[in-house]
Ligand binder design. Structure first.
Ligand SMILES: Nc1ncnc2c1ncn2[C@@H]1O[C@H](COP(=O)(O)OP(=O)(O)OP(=O)(O)O)[C@@H](O)[C@H]1O
Length: 309
């Protein structure tokens, strides 16, 4: 078994490459298995490295050492390769996919436990030919989250301030837009929506919990659709939505299914695990059991609460 550690020097608050190299030397000391630490050099490099490793055909374990973007790249590169498996060593700002493991999430910091971890196939979200492990969304949330990058480029603007500025801009510009939404052939009522999410995981945006019941290996996606609402309504409901209460807000539509199509009036920012895609339509579908994921022995995501039908 080969082990490939993809270290993203741009994940989190500061470059932890050196610290990670030392941790790896300690954790792998005495193991008679080939391993490599590769530092990603540019966005997309992690996916290229993961794919090249998987294409060699031999068993390989790929560790995304970064945030959700690094995990997304590792997963995209390893998807469809039965000889490859991916995990997340959390070093990012949000590390949102792992939040669904609840108290077990901290066990992903244990490199030795990851080295011998069991694996299982999980689903992915396919959107316009790109892949996501966690959440794909378009609308208010995506414009705020992805728009924060525009403000981070400004001098003296830190991460939280960039989000706040992006939120203000999005609220001023208007929080809902015209979309036509179809899920598994059913056209949803309404011509304008605030946000539309396809969830395989449960958290995004640094801890927002749109879908507490999503299960990443059930062959289905959980769709959360917020119709056009006023700015005041958003301000009053956002706390409940963030804490996993979308199902208790009567106007929010929840569906579980396999496919969604969203037609936008114009090109819009689409969020794929926090990475950006710009397009005027989304063709989203579940790609069942598309990648192997490994997690420390005994860990599991929190069981869903809602009774499934
Ligand atoms: N050498 C590099 N230079 C610039 N960007 C890079 C480099 N390597 C990777 N990236 C990009 O860094 C971005 C951020 O990485 P990542 O999402 O893992 O960290 P984060 O944003 O801190 O964490 P999270 O998404 O969990 O909040 C990703 O879009 C990735 O493509």
């Amino acid at each position: 078994m080969r082990h490939l550690f993809l270290i993203n020097p741009h994940a989190g608050k500061y470059d932890r490459t050196q610290e990670m190299r030392e941790k790896l030397r300690t954790a792998l000391a005495g193991r008679d298995e080939p391993w490599e630490a590769a530092v990603t050099q540019y966005p997309g490099h992690g996916a290229e490295l993961a794919r090249a490793a998987a294409e060699r055909g031999e068993p390989v374990r790929i560790y995304a050492c970064g945030g959700d973007g690094t995990l997304n790249e590792a997963v995209a590169g390893a998807a469809g390769f039965g000889n490859a498996a991916v995990t997340h060593y959390p070093m990012g700002s949000g590390n949102d996919f792992l939040r669904m493991f609840g108290p077990d999430a901290c066990r992903f910091y244990d490199l030795r436990a990851l080295l011998d971890a069991p694996q299982a196939p999980v689903d992915l979200i396919e959107c316009n030919g790109r892949l996501a492990l966690n959440v794909c969304s378009v609308g208010f949330d995506a414009r705020i989250g992805l728009g924060a990058a525009d403000f981070k480029k400004l001098p003296l603007v830190s991460g939280p301030l960039a989000y706040q500025l992006s939120a203000v801009r999005t609220i001023v510009q208007g929080i809902h837009r015209p979309y036509r939404v179809t899920i598994d052939g059913e056209r949803l009522p309404g011509e304008a929506f605030t946000l539309i999410c396809a969830c395989n995981g449960r958290y995004y945006g640094g801890g927002f919990n749109p879908c507490p019941d999503a299960v990443p290996d059930d062959g289905l996606l959980d769709f959360v659709v917020v119709p056009a609402v006023s700015r005041l309504t958003i301000l009053t409901l956002i706390g409940k939505y963030a804490k996993g209460g979308a199902g208790d807000i009567p106007r929010i539509l929840l569906r579980r299914g396999r496919e969604m199509h969203v037609a936008c009036e114009r090109a819009d920012r689409i969020n794929l695990d926090g990475e950006e895609l710009v397009d005027s339509e989304l063709s989203v579908r579940v790609s069942a059991k598309k990648v192997n994921f490994f997690f420390p022995e005994g860990t599991h995501w929190i069981p869903e609460k809602r009774v499934r039908n």
